[in-house]
Design a protein around this ligand. Structure first.
Ligand code: ZN
Length: 647
């Protein structure tokens, strides 16, 4: 893990204008910079970047965030990867948090494998393109498959010479140890004699989302019945089969942009589709889809379209992992290719226009696919049919009902019609599966209770998503915004705005768990570091829902209508002293709440009090509270009216 202070160093250093400027052409306008949005296509700029606030916001598609989310989104990276990207850019050495000896060994081993793999990939690639043997043996194979030179380069395709263990020699000459070469699956030790594993094979490097070479697939060229057609890197610290997706590096941007990912089976399917202009495609490399692979795709899109051959193996492969995808809220579609075609041959024979047309026409959803395949297998066997009904019901139960009620409903109707079973019976069955799962989750001890200790940012991340804000919640978020944005500014009678809030707000009056946690972590940070947490500290919480809420708090409000001041002479309220009004206004909500709570308590006691003297004192107090209440209402009418209605 990257040390928190290293992350902070990167955040302090990273300049949103400079970084965003690496990817889009920014123009200065007023206090901000504008550009055509890199996340959706547009002709006139609605993408705003505020250097002062360190954030960006698109008023066209709604995307927004800070410099880290920009890199995450644009480069399709995870949070730590984006931090590393920025650290690289600014030449900041990242410090890792304390690691156990095992972790250190693991990391060193990963690192040496990564360096070796990159060395090997370059060697194979150059051997393919620049040696006699590569040009005579390796290259013709790719040419015959119809691969262009630019595509061969894009996928770093390569070739390993057939004789003399040339790779082994080259690698040992360059200082690589034999045991590391063996671990990477590049050489083999046979009774003390080492030799190349990929002799006479063409090489497909398998890259990570960030372009690291994790391992290789190597295909034999000579027909040899004893040798396997493909050899893959064995599992090691770097190459974890269940996580790799071939083509993810080359496809990541198109997948995000088109909001869809095609899944195919083979390396050459991915490459051919890219060459044909379909760049949002990955291959699961022969394994069935795993949860980890789905998670990788899920960062980019929730729309997964599986292209499969019509043969039995193709259907089986397509069926695997589908429930997992449904459970992860993927919208999964299947496309059966014409008889005798695979994606590679289909796009080469028919071209990209035909490909898209075909996909559009033949796209089928999972349940319908299941039904179709199932009905064929079941025939008139009643036992098999009842099994199928159960399977379909279970699949339907996995659709996230909150998100897709209509879809679930649609499937129930469709399935009951095709299976000729009673609709309400099927609904009961679906509900049974849902209940079982809920029960299972409960037994596994999901915690819903509120924690009272002060949370760390990680704990905030674990909070459930924040739903549409109530008026109370909006008021609480407004206070959070004022605190984060103006906390360090001066306020008369107090050290600063943060001090004002700290002294005057009763944290127990927060109704939302999320705002309370952000509030606590603000003052925690202030206490621990004797420094005001920056906006980035808060907008970096990995939970997207919370991130979204926080980011939208800092929308670049003054630039929505940049021409206002020119056209109408209206100066937007970004004045230097306006923050005090904002602070007052945000506070007034809490003050009023406090007053009303006190009143309620007093009235309760008042009603049961018999001592005349005490009653008089209470009466006096209630009158004072009423006065204070009226004063707040007079000053901050709009805020108050909203709460008033609730009373
Ligand atoms: Zn946009």
């Amino acid at each position: 893990m990257i040390a928190q202070h290293s992350i902070q160093e990167v955040l302090n250093r990273a300049d949103v204008i400079e970084i965003v400027g690496q990817f889009v052409r920014l123009k200065k306008r007023g206090a901000n910079h504008i550009a055509n949005c890199p996340f959706h296509s547009e002709k006139t700029p609605s993408f705003y970047v505020s250097g002062a606030k360190g954030i960006y916001k698109c008023f066209g598609c709604g995307k927004g965030g800070n410099v880290v989310t920009f890199i995450q989104e644009h480069e399709k990276l995870t949070y730590p990867e984006a931090i590393r990207w920025l650290a690289d850019y600014y030449k900041i050495a990242l410090e890792e948090t304390e690691r156990t000896p095992e972790q250190i060994v693991q990391q060193q081993s990963e690192e040496s494998l990564r360096i070796l793999n990159e060395f090997a990939a370059r060697y194979f690639h150059e051997t393919l393109l620049s040696t006699e043997e590569g040009k005579a043996v390796g290259l013709p194979y790719f040419k015959q498959r119809g691969f262009r030179k630019d595509i061969i380069e894009k996928f770093l395709l390569g070739y390993n010479p057939e004789h003399h263990n040339e790779f082994l020699q080259h690698a040992t000459q360059n200082g690589y140890q034999k045991d590391l070469l063996e671990k990477a699956g590049l050489v083999k030790n046979r009774s003390g004699i080492y030799h190349d594993v990929y002799r006479g094979r063409v090489i497909f490097p398998i890259q990570s989302m960030t372009g690291r070479v994790l391992g290789f697939g190597a295909r034999i060229l000579r027909s040899n019945e004893k040798a396997p057609k493909y050899i893959n890197t064995p599992e090691n610290e770097l190459y974890i089969k269940s996580r790799v997706l071939y083509g993810i590096y080359q496809s990541r941007q198109a997948i995000g942009k088109l909001d869809e990912c095609f899944l195919v089976e083979g390396y050459t399917d991915v490459i051919s589709l890219h060459q044909g202009g379909v760049e949002n495609v990955v291959a699961s490399s022969g394994t069935s889809l795993t949860e980890d692979q789905l998670r990788v795709v899920g960062h980019l899109t929730k729309n997964l379209t599986i292209l499969y051959d019509g043969d039995a193996a193709g259907v089986k492969a397509a069926l695997r992992g589908l429930d997992m995808a449904l459970a992860q809220s993927f919208n999964v579609k299947l496309v059966l290719l014409p008889e005798g075609e695979d994606p590679d041959s289909f796009i080469q024979n028919s071209g990209v226009a035909k490909f898209h047309e075909y996909v559009k026409e033949k796209k089928q959803d999972v349940i319908s696919f299941r039904l179709e395949v199932g009905m064929k297998e079941v025939g008139s066997d009643p036992v098999a049919k009842s099994k199928l009904v159960n399977e379909i019901a279970e699949s339907i139960s996995k659709i996230n009902k909150a998100e897709d009620f209509a879809l679930q409903d649609h499937y129930v109707r469709e399935a009951s019609r095709k299976l000729a079973v009673d609709e309400s019976g099927l609904i009961n069955l679906v509900n049974k599966f849902i209940r079982e799962r809920v029960e299972q989750d409960r037994r596994h001890g999901r915690r819903d209770t509120l924690e009272t200790e002060v949370p760390t940012p990680e704990q905030i991340v674990e909070q459930p998503e924040i739903t549409a804000a109530t008026t109370e919640e909006q008021q609480e978020w407004e206070l959070i915004r004022v605190l984060i944005e103006h906390g360090e500014k001066l306020y008369e009678g107090y050290q600063n705005v943060a001090d004002l809030v700290h002294q005057r707000v009763d944290p127990d009056l927060f109704e939302s768990v999320a705002t309370r946690k952000v509030y606590d972590s603000y003052f925690n940070y202030l206490n621990d570091y004797q420094a005001f947490p920056q906006i980035s500290f808060f907008t970096n919480f990995a939970d997207t829902a919370l991130q979204h809420t926080l980011t939208s708090l800092f929308q670049i409000r003054n630039e929505i209508s940049p021409n206002w001041s020119e056209n109408y002479g209206i100066e937007t309220l970004s004045g230097d002293l306006n923050y005090m009004n904002e602070a007052d206004s945000a506070l007034s909500y809490f003050e009023l709440k406090k007053i009303m709570k006190m009143q309620d308590e007093l009235v309760k006691r008042f009603n049961s009090e018999t001592d005349l003297h005490k009653i008089t004192v209470m009466q006096q107090k209630i009158i004072e509270l009423k006065k204070a209440e009226a004063e707040i209402i007079r000053k901050h009418g709009t805020v108050v009216l909203k709460i008033w209605g609730k009373r």
